[in-house]
Design a protein. Structure first.
Lengths: 318, 468
């Protein structure tokens, strides 16, 4: 046959179709989902937020680039996962933190937590959470200097941020003086990206819609927090809308690498996150426990997976 | 009570006299499909569903493979220089799991050659130079089938294999107690599940069978119902073929068979047509790993196989042609073609107007489970149901990147496996770990690899794991 050119035919095992999804597209979707919360952070906490986000994303990507080069491994900054880690870590820092501390956190997240364990998909804890906890333990005072929204408009904003107790800290002492609406739109002190519940929910809906995440983890996490606060005689709405619960449940606990891959595992993992969060909030010395909860559940993930492994089709009948 | 155990008089010894016996009591026909797990939604691309099949004239030359079924390869019964006629048996074997092969054109045997299969093994071929007359073999006559034994023999002589793609000899499948392990109880089959799901993208050959020969499909089903003393027939068709569903239902109603035969509208999700998934969707029965559908009282046959059976009983003409869907971005005129077995892929492409662009990949079968061919000289075999000619863009493959543990493969696996873990165990050659994780349940449907955003070659890892 004249139209035959065997040398040009490519052969490969089935399947010959692909969904078209890629790691880069998924990470871009996460970045898109983070946009509303980013915008609100800039509105509430001013130009320093832009700087902080830039520093975090830049140093995460640079750290990943240099690390992969030094290890002589294929370059992976193109998958945007380092950028996601950068944004998420920035979201978990106080607005007025010194940029060099943020850089330290980023390097820790990318080099120690992610690349030293083999890069994307191999880290056993969430890099952003681990870096936040690392900073929280090492620099407790810098990590808990909260600013009220729009502090940058006041006259002495540049000399020092206006300190304020977060609603969670207020709750611990028994006097909460913010309205539900303020909490919902994020008019409160807190980490850069955790305050605006509305923006986080928007981002979460986008992730669900694009099927980047499944609802099991956020629902179980938030549901458990609500149920336990009810049982403890506290206001579940306050518990859901303060601290890092929203950010954690939607963006941090759902990190692919460090949560169980199966459905039953995701349910247990989500519930576990909620239980540990509320245990720390109700009985611990710290006002907030989301980071520790996710970190601990990250570590339990392989065991949850092993315990919840579903029987293959046709196995139980054999 | 389990419906299988309530079937009476199904022992093998009894079956020689059953044709005259009264039909078995009816068991409830399902109203809607039962739940199945996982699956993916590749684009359907059923472009040829509305195009009537075209019969391709016999080519000047056919290459007939001696391996057109699961089981031992056939031995040629003809030698170079012999004159053969259409429908003449040209190859057979004495192996119990085998299906004879018949000449698809009349002419002279030119060569006993060999063919390199895509899996690396070689198989004998009989090459026939056609005389263009298509003289039909004089011995061809409708078979006399009064007993199940006569049915098995007739089906064997028809050369029928599972036309859905697997190619298992149908005579062996129907005689479901013949290959039973000695210490196993007799299988009691009460349900015929007819596979009209056609869940592979592009393929519409089965869809055309249902639209063009619905009478044959129902006649074949009715015949098997009576002959094998079955209690019901469930035809599973994916919801994306509403015309086929309506057509079959019309014929069933017209012939008053509603109590025995039903058409089930299946969820359009790949792989609804996989045997074990189909049995679950149609009967809610789970075929255990390592067992066959007959172990849970079901026979599964492709809709085209059933249609062919009815035609064979009427005419006696063995399986010498096959309807295949020719499609893909590279082919000029996508269509359904009825081709003589042994026609080369290149001849089929010519019949479909040649190429719109240079094909980069040619897939025999559907894009999800089909085999990529290395040459266009490859012949069509019985169980082929499609040829997909992929152009540059369609054939482009993504580069594998690191697994991000997103869990899409776990959600997609219809067999409840965890490909994400199996790939690591396979890479580490961890035999014990693989044993534990039941990789044998994998049917290589490709859902995991299709869904993987990191483009991991998961099906290859599955195959590797199975060989460890």
């Amino acid at each position: 046959m004249e139209n035959q050119s065997p040398a040009m035919l490519s052969v490969s095992p089935s399947p010959h179709f692909h969904s078209g999804e890629s790691t880069a597209v998924i990470m871009q979707d996460v970045l898109i989902a983070l946009v509303p919360a980013t915008l609100m952070a800039v509105v509430y906490f001013g130009w320093r937020t832009v700087l902080l986000l830039g520093v975090c994303v830049g140093s995460c990507v640079l750290a990943e680039y240099l690390c992969r080069r030094a290890m002589n491994r294929p370059q992976t900054i193109g998958d945007f996962s380092a950028a996601v880690t950068g944004v998420l870590l920035a979201f978990n820092l106080p607005p007025t933190i010194h940029p060099l501390l943020a850089v330290l956190g980023c390097v820790f997240a990318i080099v120690v937590v992610k690349q030293m364990f083999g890069g994307i998909g191999m880290n056993f804890v969430n890099p952003a959470i681990a870096a936040r906890v690392f900073l929280l333990i090492s620099f407790p005072s810098q990590m808990s200097r909260w600013s009220i929204p729009f502090f940058y408009l006041s006259r002495n904003a540049d000399t020092d941020a206006v300190s304020s107790a977060t609603p969670l800290a207020q709750m611990a002492t028994g006097t909460v003086n913010v309205s539900y609406m303020d909490l919902f739109i994020g008019m409160r002190g807190g980490c850069v990206g955790e305050t605006c519940v509305l923006a986080l929910l928007l981002g979460g809906s986008y992730l669900l819609l694009r099927r980047v995440i499944t609802p099991e983890i956020p629902l179980c996490f938030l549901g458990t927090v609500a149920v336990i606060s009810l049982l403890a005689g506290q206001n579940p709405l306050l518990h859901l809308m303060t601290g890092g619960v929203m950010l954690g449940a939607i963006f941090m606990a759902t990190d692919y690498t460090t949560c169980p891959v199966n459905r039953a595992g995701k349910v247990i993992y989500g519930v576990g996150c909620g239980v540990i969060t509320m245990t720390i909030r109700l009985f611990g010395a710290l006002p907030e426990g989301v980071s520790y909860a996710i970190l601990l559940m990250n570590i339990l993930t392989p065991h949850i997976e092993t315990l919840t492994q579903s029987a293959p089709f046709g196995k139980e009948a054999a | 009570m389990d419906p299988i155990n309530t079937a009476e008089g199904m022992e093998g010894e009894d079956r020689s006299v059953v044709s005259a016996a009264p039909p078995q009591p009816v068991i409830e026909l399902p109203k809607r499909p039962y739940r199945t797990h996982g699956g993916v939604h590749p684009p359907h691309h059923k472009n040829t569903a509305k195009l009537a099949s075209e019969e391709m004239p016999a080519p000047s030359h056919v290459i007939i493979s001696m391996q057109q079924h699961i089981g031992k390869a056939c031995q040629p019964l003809v030698k170079v220089g012999d004159t053969v006629a259409v429908g003449q048996k040209i190859a057979d074997s004495d192996s119990p799991v085998c299906s004879p092969i018949h000449a698809s054109v009349s002419g002279k045997v030119k060569r006993i050659g060999s063919l390199l299969l895509p899996n690396g093994t070689e198989v004998q071929t009989v090459e026939i130079e056609a005389d263009g007359l298509q003289t039909v073999c004089p011995e061809i006559a409708p078979p006399q089938v009064e007993t199940p034994e006569e049915l098995y023999l007739a089906v064997r002589e028809s050369g029928l294999v599972g036309l859905g793609g697997a190619g298992f000899p149908v005579s062996v499948k129907l005689n479901f107690n013949s290959n039973r392990h000695e210490d196993m109880p007799l299988r009691k089959v009460d349900t015929l599940v007819i596979n009209g799901a056609e869940c592979e993208p592009y393929l519409t050959a089965d869809c055309r069978e249902m639209l063009e020969s619905p009478q044959d499909v129902i006649e074949g089903a009715r015949f098997l119902l009576r002959m094998l003393r079955l209690r019901r027939v469930i035809i599973g068709v994916e919801a994306n073929k509403p015309e086929a569903i309506a057509m079959l239902r019309m014929v069933i109603t017209a012939r008053g068979l509603e109590k025995r035969i039903c058409v089930l509208k299946l969820r359009a999700a790949y792989p609804q047509g996989a045997e074990k998934i189909l049995v679950k969707a149609c009967t809610d029965r789970t075929v255990p790993i390592g067992k066959i559908p007959a172990d849970v009282g079901c026979i599964v046959m492709n809709v085209t196989s059933v249609g062919f059976l009815a035609r064979y009983l009427r005419t006696g003409m063995p399986l010498v042609t096959k309807r295949i869907t020719v499609d893909g971005t590279a082919i000029a005129q996508p269509k359904n073609v009825i081709v003589p077995i042994g026609t080369s892929v290149a001849d089929v492409a010519d019949f479909c107007g040649g190429f719109r662009e240079d094909p980069r990949k040619i897939v025999m079968g559907g894009p999800m489970m089909g085999t990529a061919l290395y040459t266009m000289d490859y012949p069509i075999i019985k169980q082929n149901n499609g040829l997909v000619f992929m152009g540059q863009a369609e054939a482009a493959a993504g580069q594998p990147t690191d697994c991000i543990r997103c869990g899409r493969c776990v959600a997609a696996c219809p067999m409840y496996l965890t490909p994400v873990n199996i790939q690591h165990l396979a890479e580490q050659r961890d035999k014990a770990g693989i044993e534990e994780i039941n990789v044998k349940g994998c049917m290589e449907c490709g859902c995991c690899a299709y869904a993987c955003p990191a483009h991991r070659p998961l099906v290859q890892f599955m195959r590797l794991a199975k060989t460890l």
